[in-house]
Every structure is written in structure tokens, then in C-alpha cells.
Write a protein that binds this ligand. Sequence first.
Ligand code: PCA
Length: 329
Amino acid sequence: MRKTIATPLLLVTACSLAAAATAQAAEWTMATPYGDASFHTQNTKQFAEDVAEATDGELTINVHSGGSLVAHGEIKPSVRRGTIEAGEVFMSVLSNDDPIFEIDTLPGVAGSYDEAFALWEATKPLITELFAEEGIMPLYAVSWPAQGIYTADELTDPEQFEGLRVRAPNINTQRFVQNLGGNPTETEESDIPTAFSTGRVDAMITSVSTGNSMTAWDYVDHYTDANLWLPKNIIFINQRAFDRLDEATQEAVLEAAARAEERGWQMSREDGDNSAVVLEENGITISEPNEAVAAALQAAGDQLFEDWLERASDEARQVLEEYRAGLDN
Ligand code: PCA
């Protein structure tokens, strides 16, 4: 008799304790368009693990990779609405919001990791401001290795660009291809194999890392290491979701983000070196552009830059000037 009374009481106590605990603990959903083979996704998953560990499970971030939950173009709107709490995108896909977001896909602005990082530092305040207007907070950004051109044959003559169907990851790269006389198609990273195998594209612009994770050797034989630019992924969260966390948890998120940024840039360098080796091992030849090709890339890049200057806001142009002045010092 006693037993039957005691059991429900115990259950009630256990349930209310559990309820109290879950009222405290938060669970976030995070979406990234990149697959698990990408060092970016590995870094992002490590970030989520670091947060869970530092907060003792007070905040769990579930990372959905490869565009499995939210399509690339919907990630930022979803974070803005609060449908999901966190997201990662290729920063330059936000160029319709403001040209500042595509500053890292312009040739001649930042051609090394150090410069790319300086550019991120210089642009971060303006980007933070623009995000804040939408209730979004940037956490960190990580560069991809430099972008180059994958083709079936070695690029030796700018004429080869004529009508070449080139896969590009954003609008700015499409413009660049057009300036070269080619025929661009915007394709998500995860769609690269289909784009080649269905004959939609003959070439692509991306990094050695993406060439490696998308097994470029199945479709092309050559990589022109043109060092076009070093574009970034940006990782951001919904401001209200952040404000709902207690102070210690907020701090843990920011600390883990700072570590993820540092680790990510290092991973990018290492993955770039390693991927170049893997590409060659799988039969891709890598070379630098010859003089004629370099001149064509330069002209197409100059045009791209001029057009950007016209689109950019005064603030964005000023940020660029400050960044350049900082490099000279
Ligand atoms: N990989 C991604 C973005 C830049 C890169 O190197 C892509 O090609 O989609």
C-alpha cells in the first residue's frame, strides 16, 4: 500500500526537477550549406561541441550540414526570423543585402591569409552594424583558401574562356566569368558533381579545398592556381536567442566563437596545403597562369572592382580605404 503512494510522489518530484532543468537549458538549431567533408563544417561542429562542454549542456547547438535543413539562400532569413538560432553562409551570397558582403570576392583587395584577416577585421564593424539592423549578431568568420580555376585542359590562352561554361559560387564570380567572355552558372558546392556529370558546366571557380571535397578529378584535369581572392564563411546567430541566455552561457558562446575563428583560419591554411597534394595525387595538374592568362584575369578583375565601387555605399568604400591605409603602415 505504502509503495503505491510513494511511487507517484517520487515521479512527480522527478518530473518537476526535470522540468526545472529543461527550462534552463537551451537547444539551438544551426544550419550550414557545406558538407561534412569541408573543414568549415568540421570547425563549426567543434564550435558546437566546445559550447556544450563549456556550458555543461546548458546550451546545445545542433548543426545541420550540407544544406540538409535549410537551403543556402534561406539560412540568413531563417536566423533573422528566429526559425533557427544560428547559421553559416558564404558571406558574399549576401551581396544583394549590401555590396560590403562581397568585398572578399574582389581581386586585388586581399591576396594572402594575413591580408584576408585584416580585411575581415576592417569590415567587421560595418557588417556587425548591418546585421544588428536585422536582429542578427556575427560570431566569427573563416576564410577559404584562395580561389582558382578548374578546367578540362590547361589554360594557356585567354581565348579558352570564350563561351566556357563555368560554375561559380556567387553573383560576383559570375560577373567575373562574364568579363572573361565565359558563360557562368551559379551552383551550390553540393551540386558541383551533378553540374559536371549532367554536362551543365565544363569548368569551375573554387578553392583546392572544395576541389578536394568534391573530387574534382572525376570531372577535370587541371587547376590554375590564380590566387583570385580569399572569400569567407560567416557564422551568425539570432540576437534575441542570444539575449535569452544567462550571462555565463553568453560568455561561453563568445569564447568558443573566438577559438573557432582562430582554429578555422589555421585549418584553412592546412586544408589548402593538404588538398593541393590530394588533387595532384589524383591526377590534377596545378600551374600558375601564364602571362596572357594573367593579363586577362587582371582585366576582368579590374572591371569587377570598378563595378563594385559604383555599387558600394560610402561606408563600404571608406572601410576599403581604411583597410588599404592599414596595409601600407
Ligand atoms: N568553396 C565554396 C566557397 C568558396 C570555396 O572555396 C564553393 O565553391 O562553393
